[in-house]
Write a protein that binds this ligand. Structure first.
Ligand code: PGA
Length: 245
């Protein structure tokens, strides 16, 4: 990943989850991608191959830790790389909840990603209750300690802060809470990694959120299914008012 002088080049990742927005959306994003930002779409695994090579980087949403073997229904990082993925999301809260992925499993996925030459986009974030109890920073510290393996670098790893209660709800933390969390992650994460914000990131709030220090892009669910919204968020991340330390 290339760096802009003075500021990190924004990385804008769309997580389509178990949805197919279609090649039309991929092609519109490819045509409209703004200069100066790196864009990626993570579709369901079977769509990685057909959607690769159309002008947008393609990532996967999860992988197994092993390269191959008797793991029915799972997909290895090597197979994802062969299909055209250049990154894999690891530890999204929906995987942690639906599939019981704990920090150790997430770390194994990150290592599998690196083994296959993929970048790992490792997700962390507190629940509503943890935030209400004042434990958000501590929870995220524990998740980073357990799910970001030794050997993580700014080249092979991206960290996405996604408060669980903000995902798909239209709720977002206050700007100062986002800023505090990203500053905290910057202190404990490997030097120079991109730190993305995710959770109800939309065209209407992206300019303010992406302008915060240590917010280096976004992980976008619902709004990534619409090319105009996704491109508007990418553009907002580049807005002229954006001041980086
Ligand atoms: P959302 O999802 O943008 O729909 O809130 C974000 C995510 O789950 O990555």
């Amino acid at each position: 990943m290339t760096m802009q002088s003075g500021a990190m080049r924004p990385f804008i990742v769309g997580n389509w989850k178990m949805n197919d927005a279609g090649t039309g959306v991929i092609d519109t994003i490819a045509k409209g991608a703004p200069e100066g930002a790196d864009l990626m779409i993570c579709p369901p695994a079977p769509l990685i191959a057909p959607y690769s090579g159309r002008g947008v980087d393609i990532g996967a949403q999860a992988c197994h830790g092993a390269a191959s073997g008797a793991h029915t229904g799972d997909v290895s990082a090597e197979i994802l790389a062969g299909a055209g993925a250049s990154a894999v999301i690891a530890g999204h809260s929906e995987r942690r909840a639906d599939h019981g992925e704990n920090d150790g499993a997430v770390a194994a996925q990150a290592q599998a990603a690196w083994r296959a030459g993929l970048r790992a986009i490792i997700c962390v974030g507190e629940t509503e209750e943890e935030r209400a109890n004042g434990d958000a920073l501590a929870v995220v510290s524990t998740q980073i300690a357990g799910s970001v393996p030794t050997g993580a670098t700014s080249e092979n790893t991206v960290i996405a802060y996604e408060p669980v209660w903000a995902i798909g709800t239209g709720l977002v933390p206050s700007l100062s809470d986002i800023q505090d969390m990203h500053a905290h992650i910057r202190q404990i994460a490997p030097s120079g990694v991109h730190i993305l914000y995710g959770g109800s990131l939309k065209p209407g709030n992206a300019t303010d959120i992406c302008a915060l220090p240590n917010v280096d892009g976004g992980l976008i669910g619902g709004a990534s299914l619409n090319a105009a919204d996704f491109l508007a968020i990418a553009q907002a991340a580049l807005s002229p008012g954006r001041v980086k330390p």
